[in-house]
Design a protein around this ligand. Structure first.
Ligand code: ATP
Length: 133
Protein backbone atom coordinates (compact mmCIF):
# COMPACT_ATOMS: atom_id res chain seq x y z
CA UNK A 1 0.00 0.00 0.00
CA UNK A 2 1.35 3.45 -0.91
CA UNK A 3 2.11 6.00 1.78
CA UNK A 4 1.85 9.76 1.97
CA UNK A 5 4.73 12.03 2.84
CA UNK A 6 3.38 14.56 5.32
CA UNK A 7 5.21 17.81 5.98
CA UNK A 8 3.85 20.34 8.48
CA UNK A 9 5.68 23.68 8.50
CA UNK A 10 5.18 26.73 10.71
CA UNK A 11 7.16 30.00 10.66
CA UNK A 12 9.15 28.56 13.57
CA UNK A 13 9.70 24.90 12.84
CA UNK A 14 9.25 21.80 10.79
CA UNK A 15 6.66 20.16 13.06
CA UNK A 16 6.29 16.95 11.02
CA UNK A 17 8.16 15.31 8.15
CA UNK A 18 7.31 11.63 7.85
CA UNK A 19 5.47 8.91 6.01
CA UNK A 20 1.85 8.27 7.02
CA UNK A 21 -1.13 6.21 5.87
CA UNK A 22 -3.70 9.02 6.06
CA UNK A 23 -4.20 12.63 7.17
CA UNK A 24 -7.35 14.50 8.27
CA UNK A 25 -7.39 18.29 8.33
CA UNK A 26 -9.76 21.15 9.14
CA UNK A 27 -10.37 22.65 5.68
CA UNK A 28 -12.21 25.97 5.53
CA UNK A 29 -15.10 24.27 3.76
CA UNK A 30 -15.12 21.23 6.04
CA UNK A 31 -13.07 18.29 7.19
CA UNK A 32 -10.60 16.93 4.60
CA UNK A 33 -9.52 13.29 4.52
CA UNK A 34 -6.39 12.50 2.51
CA UNK A 35 -5.42 8.96 1.55
CA UNK A 36 -2.68 7.84 -0.89
CA UNK A 37 -3.48 8.55 -4.56
CA UNK A 38 -5.63 11.53 -3.57
CA UNK A 39 -6.23 13.93 -6.41
CA UNK A 40 -4.26 17.18 -6.52
CA UNK A 41 -5.75 19.69 -4.09
CA UNK A 42 -5.10 23.09 -2.58
CA UNK A 43 -7.24 24.32 0.32
CA UNK A 44 -7.17 26.91 3.05
CA UNK A 45 -7.25 25.57 6.60
CA UNK A 46 -9.09 26.72 9.70
CA UNK A 47 -7.66 26.48 13.19
CA UNK A 48 -8.26 22.84 14.16
CA UNK A 49 -6.99 19.33 14.72
CA UNK A 50 -4.72 17.60 12.22
CA UNK A 51 -4.96 13.83 12.64
CA UNK A 52 -2.41 11.48 11.15
CA UNK A 53 -2.58 7.70 11.07
CA UNK A 54 0.35 5.40 10.56
CA UNK A 55 0.43 1.63 11.06
CA UNK A 56 -2.83 1.77 13.02
CA UNK A 57 -1.49 4.44 15.39
CA UNK A 58 -3.31 7.78 15.48
CA UNK A 59 -1.65 11.08 16.43
CA UNK A 60 -3.11 14.55 16.70
CA UNK A 61 -1.78 18.08 16.47
CA UNK A 62 -3.60 21.35 16.89
CA UNK A 63 -2.83 23.56 13.90
CA UNK A 64 -3.38 27.24 13.18
CA UNK A 65 -4.87 28.68 10.02
CA UNK A 66 -3.00 28.11 6.77
CA UNK A 67 -2.89 26.12 3.58
CA UNK A 68 -2.60 22.50 2.46
CA UNK A 69 -1.35 21.27 -0.89
CA UNK A 70 -1.75 17.64 -1.95
CA UNK A 71 0.15 16.41 -5.01
CA UNK A 72 1.91 13.15 -5.95
CA UNK A 73 1.33 11.57 -2.51
CA UNK A 74 2.90 14.58 -0.76
CA UNK A 75 0.83 16.54 1.75
CA UNK A 76 2.37 19.93 2.49
CA UNK A 77 0.77 21.85 5.34
CA UNK A 78 1.78 25.51 5.91
CA UNK A 79 0.24 26.81 9.13
CA UNK A 80 0.71 29.63 11.63
CA UNK A 81 1.22 27.16 14.49
CA UNK A 82 1.31 23.42 15.21
CA UNK A 83 1.20 21.96 18.71
CA UNK A 84 1.13 18.42 20.06
CA UNK A 85 -0.81 18.00 23.31
CA UNK A 86 2.36 18.18 25.40
CA UNK A 87 3.47 21.43 23.73
CA UNK A 88 0.55 23.41 25.04
CA UNK A 89 1.30 25.84 27.84
CA UNK A 90 -1.98 25.73 29.77
CA UNK A 91 -1.30 28.86 31.84
CA UNK A 92 -0.55 30.82 28.66
CA UNK A 93 -3.77 29.64 27.04
CA UNK A 94 -5.78 30.58 30.16
CA UNK A 95 -4.24 34.05 30.14
CA UNK A 96 -4.97 34.42 26.41
CA UNK A 97 -8.57 33.35 27.10
CA UNK A 98 -9.03 35.90 29.90
CA UNK A 99 -7.42 38.65 27.80
CA UNK A 100 -9.62 37.90 24.80
CA UNK A 101 -12.79 37.76 26.96
CA UNK A 102 -11.97 41.12 28.51
CA UNK A 103 -11.42 42.65 25.07
CA UNK A 104 -14.62 41.13 23.71
CA UNK A 105 -16.69 42.34 26.69
CA UNK A 106 -15.15 45.82 26.87
CA UNK A 107 -17.15 48.69 25.48
CA UNK A 108 -14.09 50.40 23.99
CA UNK A 109 -14.65 51.46 20.40
CA UNK A 110 -11.21 50.52 19.13
CA UNK A 111 -11.69 46.81 19.86
CA UNK A 112 -11.44 44.57 16.81
CA UNK A 113 -14.24 42.17 17.73
CA UNK A 114 -13.42 39.53 15.14
CA UNK A 115 -9.83 39.43 16.31
CA UNK A 116 -10.89 39.10 19.96
CA UNK A 117 -13.33 36.29 19.08
CA UNK A 118 -10.69 34.45 17.04
CA UNK A 119 -8.15 34.75 19.85
CA UNK A 120 -10.73 33.47 22.35
CA UNK A 121 -11.59 30.52 20.10
CA UNK A 122 -7.88 29.59 19.79
CA UNK A 123 -7.39 29.70 23.56
CA UNK A 124 -10.54 27.65 24.26
CA UNK A 125 -9.53 25.09 21.64
CA UNK A 126 -5.99 24.82 23.09
CA UNK A 127 -7.41 24.18 26.55
CA UNK A 128 -9.89 21.62 25.26
CA UNK A 129 -7.23 19.86 23.14
CA UNK A 130 -4.80 19.65 26.08
CA UNK A 131 -7.56 18.20 28.27
CA UNK A 132 -7.98 21.22 30.53
CA UNK A 133 -11.54 22.19 29.70
P1 ATP B 1 -0.97 34.16 22.66
O1 ATP B 1 -1.84 35.38 22.84
O2 ATP B 1 -0.75 33.41 23.94
O3 ATP B 1 0.31 34.45 21.89
P2 ATP B 1 -2.19 33.30 20.20
O4 ATP B 1 -3.47 32.54 19.99
O5 ATP B 1 -2.18 34.72 19.78
O6 ATP B 1 -1.80 33.15 21.75
P3 ATP B 1 -0.88 32.16 17.95
O7 ATP B 1 -0.76 33.41 17.13
O8 ATP B 1 -1.95 31.18 17.61
O9 ATP B 1 -0.98 32.55 19.52
O10 ATP B 1 0.51 31.38 17.96
C1 ATP B 1 1.77 32.06 18.02
C2 ATP B 1 2.84 31.07 18.49
O11 ATP B 1 2.67 30.81 19.88
C3 ATP B 1 2.77 29.72 17.81
O12 ATP B 1 4.08 29.23 17.67
C4 ATP B 1 2.00 28.84 18.78
O13 ATP B 1 2.34 27.48 18.66
C5 ATP B 1 2.47 29.42 20.11
N1 ATP B 1 1.45 29.32 21.17
C6 ATP B 1 0.36 30.08 21.34
N2 ATP B 1 -0.33 29.74 22.45
C7 ATP B 1 0.36 28.70 22.99
C8 ATP B 1 0.17 27.89 24.14
N3 ATP B 1 -0.86 28.07 24.98
N4 ATP B 1 1.08 26.92 24.40
C9 ATP B 1 2.14 26.73 23.59
N5 ATP B 1 2.36 27.44 22.46
C10 ATP B 1 1.50 28.43 22.17
Amino acid sequence: MNKLTLEVLTPEKEAVNRQVDSVYLQGTLGRLGILPEHTTLISTLDFGVLELNDGGVREEMLCGTGLVEVADNRVTVLVRSAEAKGDIDVERAKQAMDRARQRRDSKAEDIDMLRAEASLARAVERLRFSGHQ
